[in-house]
Design a protein around this ligand. Structure first.
Ligand code: GDP
Ligand code: MG
Length: 450
């Protein structure tokens, strides 16, 4: 019986057939962690992720250790406690707040009956749930397989459990292995076959993603040639990026109080107050402990961020971890080498603040308080975007004859007009224009008087 992927790829039974699955959350607070996040806050977030994936949280455990235990992550004693708890509470899943090593995963699977899930697998599961476009699906599948490959073990039981289990251990490949009989080579173990299948799928996915990437690159080059600046909306997951995107572009990207509702980048055209045109892109949200490999898997998507002319960071000011979230966003932008791009910060959800005056605007670059939901502060935000974009353009003073009305119009659409005067000889514009369009205006330039 050949199974198709996607559905079987879900890690968690969302309770269509019975109630939602019961999960227990486990974190280790250690000296190894180089983060502003407390274990408690990180675990709270893990709970929201678990909820987003469709599970119900039955309880949490935090263990303080100098370092996470090499074989059981929480330490043997605590792992035994979990074993007692899973029987007592009837747990389906135990979710760990860090990525488990293959060794830790194996040991825990031996000690516990509930399924062992780590933060990475959970995030991947949510990604799989939300991928809509072909590109998004390719990227999620690649990330899932790369995660799974080192975790396959010689124990045939694990695979057959995944392949045949009513509840699906979460492995599309495990499921697919059921159809592997025809391709089984002489003397190959089941494990070798599975590894080979995964590796070949990984390389074909990489090729497909490369094609998508080339296409995107072409699009970006076309856009660059037209000198339409691209504004990429970035920020922590659930900060309100899609809500802001929808409000600005009158689009209808789903905005949900769930993490990672947007996986595929969407781009729309908008006009700024001074008539300047820009393209705005909504992107997947960032989250702490997002493994670097996962970021790499989403590189094609994140290239929109890398290539943007301006980053519009959305911060959920009502969140108690707003500062930690911003720190995480900066770290990830750093990994993408996008940290020194021009940036405007939308301090969002000010409608939820008891006292909006307490906002420390100085903490963020070019910060403007807004409420995307109540459509407040948006004009000021757009003006800020316009002036920050203008800084990366070239200052010019030009005198365009009356028969060059098209160039006047182009200037308004692509450039930033400081002043415009209609004189006897033509239109005198002082302003800024993208470097790519400079050439059109050189014949009409006048010396700049500052
Ligand atoms: P994203 O993950 O950053 O794209 O966030 P979404 O746009 O999906 O929004 C996440 C949640 O925050 C949704 O429930 C939105 O309705 C809510 N939200 C977004 N902006 C605001 C705002 O300005 N005020 C309030 N109160 N809620 C907001
Ligand atoms: Mg979104």
């Amino acid at each position: 019986m050949e199974e198709t992927t996607t559905k079987q790829d879900r890690l968690i039974d969302t309770g269509v057939n019975r109630g939602p699955e019961l999960a227990y959350l486990v974190a280790v607070e250690s000296d190894d962690q180089d983060t502003m996040w407390s274990a408690e806050d990180s675990l709270t977030e893990l709970g929201i992720l678990a909820h987003t994936a469709g599970a119900k949280v039955a309880g949490t455990m935090i263990q303080r250790l100098p370092h996470p235990d090499g074989s059981t992550y929480v330490g043997k004693g605590r792992a035994q406690e979990l074993s007692a708890l899973e029987k007592q509470l009837g747990l389906d899943l135990i979710i760990f707040d860090d990525e488990l090593s293959p060794t830790q995963q194996r040991h825990l699977e031996k000690m516990l009956d509930a399924r062992i899930v780590d933060r990475t697998a959970l995030i991947l599961d949510i990604f799989a749930q939300h991928a809509r476009t072909r590109e998004g699906r390719l990227q999620v599948e690649l990330a899932q397989l790369e995660y799974r490959l080192p975790r396959l073990t010689g124990h045939g039981t694990e695979l057959s459990r995944q392949a045949g289990g009513a509840r699906s251990g979460g492995s599309g490949i495990g499921g697919g292995a059921g159809g592997a009989i025809g391709v089984r080579g002489p003397g190959e173990t089941r494990l070798e076959i599975d590894r080979r299948r995964i590796r070949s799928r990984i390389s074909s996915l990489k090729e497909d993603i490369e094609d998508v990437r080339t296409q995107r690159q072409l699009h970006r080059q076309q856009r660059a040639a037209q000198a339409i600046p691209v504004v990429a909306i970035v920020g922590y997951t659930n900060a309100g990026k899609s809500t802001l995107f929808n409000t600005l572009t009158e689009a209808d990207v789903p905005a949900e109080n769930k993490l990672f509702a947007t996986l595929d980048p969407v781009t729309r055209h908008i006009v700024l107050p001074g008539n300047q045109e820009v393209l705005v892109t909504d992107t997947v949200g960032f989250i702490q402990k997002l493994p670097t490999k996962l970021i790499a898997a989403f590189r094609a998507t994140l290239e929109e961020v890398i290539d943007a002319d301006l980053l519009l960071e959305v911060v959920d000011t009502s969140h108690e971890n707003a500062i930690e979230q911003n720190e995480t966003v900066n770290e990830i932008l750093g990994e993408l080498e996008a940290n020194d791009k021009p940036r405007v910060t939308a301090l969002n959800k000010t409608d939820l603040l008891a006292d909006p005056n307490e906002l420390d605007v100085s903490l963020y670059p070019n910060a403007i308080p807004i409420s995307a939901l109540q459509k407040k502060g948006l004009d000021t935000l757009l003006e800020k975007i316009s002036t920050v974009l203008a800084k990366s353009m070239v200052a010019v003073q030009i005198l365009l004859p009356f028969n060059k009305g098209d160039l006047v119009e182009l200037f308004h659409r692509r450039g930033y007009v400081d002043s415009e005067q209609h004189t006897a000889e033509g239109t005198l514009i002082v302003g800024r224009i993208p470097q790519a369009l400079r050439g059109y205006y050189i014949p009409y330039s006048r010396a700049l008087h500052r």
